[in-house]
Design a protein around this ligand. Structure first.
Ligand code: AMP
Ligand code: GLY
Length: 422
């Protein structure tokens, strides 16, 4: 089978490495992929948002199955366009990807169907929003409606920050059209859990839970990033909580999307907060998380391609989705200065014995050498019997990857270990 994976980050590298385990896979194309994946996939210089070119490539190369991984092409209708020319896909159609593409849509969906989430107000004009935040309870959370590269959420610990957030999103257009509407919502507290789930619109099969580390610096200090590391499973996510989430959140969400005529097929990501009054949805993503995927897929014992095709064909209930009882840790190695200014173009060396554990995100081939070309450069994952060993092993492997100005947090998984020690 010839497979095509749309996207170019560490998440896509993890998907590609897992898909290669299926013996029927003869070739994998990455559009555009990145130089660090060249050993695992054929790189095709077509951007993940260039839907006409993606469709043309799929047709002219007789692609048997496509995996559309990032949010942008999903929200823009990449799956719809590929299906229209007969290419079966993993991923939701645009009418279902809106669950991530519009915060206003997802909040209204949860309210309508009684799915637990923070209480909220929606605004489409700055004056009304400013009036509201000048008297609403503080802290509060301001969210741009549309996609904003993961930066559209402002946690306002004081009123001034809330007012500035509304001004910058709605009056100064910080996130462009994504900020035409905003959600202002209740500030929640509690441990966060990421749960990715396969669904064909009928069955829901959650993957092992995970925990992201979003801040740039140790002890959750510094700016928000795309994610500096992950661990799985998340120790806060007990079997009891998992059962509650299935009943009150996962199944009701699938049901709600069906009732709205927006059947969701693919990977639905539940960003949850375990609040004192129960688990609540912080956000939905219409795709695998990054870097959650880099710890979740290495623990998957079942065949990824078979599961993906079952979500497409609507027979996920008959498909085994089994995870190892081990633990995984992924440490992101970034370019120093990320998420602000950083330098790139430094050669990356990866020792052969850790290559299989490395998922490359921001790198390119330059004169035959792999060099860093992004903020988050790569993730290094280790799987061991327990979390403590996985963390140690991931950090040991990081020592076998080198590039100038590399930076990584030194405390990925520390919070989870504390939770385990109770
Ligand atoms: P993202 O949507 O990935 O940019 O992440 C936003 C982050 O903001 C989440 O991971 C939470 O830590 C935090 N957050 C979002 N909504 C709330 C809320 N209602 N209360 C408290 N924290 C929130
Ligand atoms: N790690 C969070 C996300 O993929 O959006």
């Amino acid at each position: 089978m010839k497979i095509m994976v749309v996207g170019g980050g560490g998440r896509e590298h993890a998907i590609i490495k897992k898909l290669k385990e299926n013996k029927n896979v003869t070739e994998i194309f990455a559009l555009p992929g990145n130089g660090g994946m060249a050993k695992d996939a054929t790189l095709v210089p077509i951007g993940a948002k260039d839907i006409p070119a993606i469709v043309e490539f799929a047709k002219s190369n007789a692609i048997d199955y496509a995996v559309v991984a990032p949010d942008d092409p999903l929200v823009l209708g990449c799956v719809d366009a590929l299906e229209a020319v007969g290419v079966p896909c993993f991923g939701p159609r645009a009418n279902a990807a809106i669950i991530e593409g519009s915060m206003v849509f997802s909040k209204n969906l949860m309210k309508k169907y009684g799915i637990p989430t923070a209480t909220y107000e929606v605004f489409d004009n700055a004056e009304a929003a400013l009036e509201y935040v000048s008297s609403c309870p503080i802290p509060t959370v301001v969210k741009a409606d549309g996609l904003a590269l993961g930066k559209g959420v402002i946690i306002a610990m004081d009123r001034e920050t809330a007012i500035d957030a509304v001004k910058s999103i709605m009056q100064e257009g910080k996130f462009g059209a994504s900020g035409n509407q905003i959600v202002v919502e209740e500030f929640l507290t509690g441990p966060e859990v990421s749960v990715l789930a396969f669904t064909d619109g009928k069955a829901v099969k959650p993957m092992v839970s995970s925990m992201d580390h979003k801040r740039a610096l140790d002890n959750d200090e510094g700016l928000n990033t795309g994610g500096m590391g992950t661990i799985a499973p998340n120790p806060y996510y007990t079997e009891e909580i998992a059962a509650e989430c299935m009943e009150k959140i996962f199944l009701p969400t699938i049901d709600a999307m069906n009732k709205e005529g927006r059947t969701f097929k693919g990977c639905l990501y539940f960003g949850l907060m375990l609040t004192p009054s129960g688990p609540k949805v912080i956000e939905y993503n219409c795709r695998f998380g990054d870097p959650e995927t880099q710890v979740v897929l290495p623990l998957l014992e079942s065949d990824l391609l078979e599961i993906m095709m079952a979500t497409t064909n609507g027979n996920l209930d008959k498909c085994e989705v089994k995870f190892a009882k081990s633990a995984a840790c992924c440490v992101i190695m970034a370019s120093k200065g990320y998420p602000e200014k950083y330098e790139s173009g430094y050669e990356i060396t990866i020792s052969d014995d850790v290559y299989d554990s490395v998922y490359v995100a921001g790198a390119k081939l330059s004169d035959g050498k792999l060099v860093n070309a992004g903020g988050r450069v790569l993730g290094v994952t280790a799987v061991e019997d327990n979390l403590g060993d996985a963390i140690k092993s991931a950090y040991n492997k990081c020592k076998k990857v080198d590039f100038a100005n590399a930076y990584y947090r030194s405390d990925i998984g520390a919070k989870a270990i504390k939770a385990l020690e109770g």
